[in-house]
Design a protein around this ligand. Structure first.
Ligand SMILES: C[S@@+](CC[C@H](N)C(=O)[O-])C[C@H]1O[C@@H](n2cnc3c(N)ncnc32)[C@H](O)[C@@H]1O
Ligand code: SF4
Length: 381
């Protein structure tokens, strides 16, 4: 297995696990914020970053992603402190992307985040319809989300909007109206997610109780196709299954690192990271619960609770699954360099069925992208 390839990128993910309220669809590693002192967590994150620095050696950081949870609950000083620590330890590449995920409720702090060095804001609008926002358990109204978006514009190099569709009872006409309003908002990037019923989330219990019925797969697939067509027509590149950018410069550098199997540091409770050292690639997971994370960092100077060596087959499977998500697919060399190969007979069949295009890169067709996960499982070693 080859050593770390800096061309695939090196980034830092910071997980801030607190939220003002837990949304019923969400299965991320999140905890109600309540009135708590977050300084110990902030300090543990700074220490964890130092611990990682001792393992990665010298590398320049192309991207920092403050995700969650709700990192817009952090103070401007905390955000500035994290960015300064990353810069001090590794050095930020000139023009490095620094993203923060924000809830519209926290718009009053956007100026502080921009002053701290954040240059990309990902805003959780989720819907432009008040009844749907209520269904999603959101604390903001559509108007408040739109006002937050206006406050973000001009403060950051890039502003992205998250929306969830394929909600129960959502018709194609409904979604067309909502999406055309969204496309007119002037965002630089859109993350448009089909609602997933996550097994551990409150929605899964509501569905089990038959409180409501999720949209069926055919109608969801129809809404996905409408999404691809309308975003493309409005000038957004659908560069990944759920992500659309107004031009290459607004594509997320951070997600590219994941999709091209680069390395990233993962700090904060439950954060995942990937680290290549010499010929080995490691999957690392920080202690999940905030209290355990603080203990772990205190005890060993690192938040690591799970460290697993990725064997070549597991690494290749992950590379294929991630690589197929992006519009330009993945280079065959990404699997070949691990001494493995794709299931060529299955690749040929999928090319015949017009689900895959094959050349130096392996790329899904628009129809294939609907089946990305299944196809990844079929062609990976
Ligand atoms: C870590 S979360 C959000 C950040 C921020 N706390 C917020 O709620 O706006 C990232 C995004 O994942 C999406 N998401 C979370 N759970 C989802 C689900 N079950 N189905 C579809 N999208 C989901 C939401 O659009 C959300 O904005
Ligand atoms: S969607 Fe955002 S605000 Fe809601 S629980 Fe998940 S991370 Fe927290």
């Amino acid at each position: 297995m080859p050593g770390f390839n800096p061309d695939r990128g090196f980034g830092v993910y910071v997980h801030w696990p607190y939220c003002a309220r837990i949304c019923p669809y969400c299965d991320f590693n999140v905890y109600a914020a309540k009135a708590r002192d977050t300084d110990p967590l902030y300090r543990a994150i700074l220490d964890d970053l130092s611990g990682w620095r001792g393992r990665t050696g010298e590398r320049q950081v192309a991207s920092i992603f403050l995700g969650g949870g709700t990192p817009s609950l952090m103070t401007g000083e905390q955000v500035a402190g994290v960015i300064a620590q990353v810069d001090r330890l590794w050095g930020l590449k000139p023009g490095a992307e620094i993203t923060l995920e924000a809830n519209p409720d926290d718009a009053a702090r956007f100026g502080d985040f921009a002053a701290a060095g954040v240059n990309r804001l990902s805003l959780g609008v989720q819907s432009l319809d008040d009844a749907r926002l209520k269904f999603l358990g959101r604390m903001h109204s559509a108007d408040e989300a739109l006002r937050a978006l206006e406050q973000a514009k001009g403060k950051f190099r890039s502003v992205s909007v998250d929306l969830i569709y394929s909600l129960p009872g959502q018709s194609e006409a409904d979604w067309r109206t909502e999406l055309s309003r969204t496309l007119a908002l002037g965002a630089d990037h859109l993350s448009l997610y089909e609602l997933t019923i996550e097994p551990g989330a409150a929605f899964a219990f509501a569905v089990k109780r038959k409180d409501w019925t999720p949209l069926d797969d055919d109608r969801s697939a129809g809404l996905y196709e409408v999404t691809q067509a309308m975003t493309a027509e409005a000038g957004f590149d659908g560069y990944e299954i759920s992500n659309h950018a107004r031009g290459f410069e607004h594509q997320s550098v951070h997600n590219r690192i994941y999709w091209s199997s680069g390395d990233w540091v993962g700090v904060g409770p439950g954060a995942h990271g990937r680290l290549t050292t010499g010929d080995e690639r490691w999957a690392i997971e920080a202690a999940e619960k905030p209290g355990e994370y603080l203990q772990q960092v205190k005890a060993q100077g690192l938040g690591w609770a799970g460290v697993e060596k990725l064997e070549a087959v597991a690494d290749a499977r992950e590379r294929v699954a991630m690589g197929l998500r992006v519009v330009d697919g993945f280079e065959r060399g990404l699997v070949g360099e691990l001494g493995l190969s794709l299931d060529e007979a299955r690749v040929a069949e999928l090319v015949r069925d017009r689900l895959l295009v094959e050349g130096a890169r392996v790329v899904l067709t628009p129809e294939g992208r609907l089946l990305a996960d299944r196809i990844a499982g079929e062609i990976a070693p």
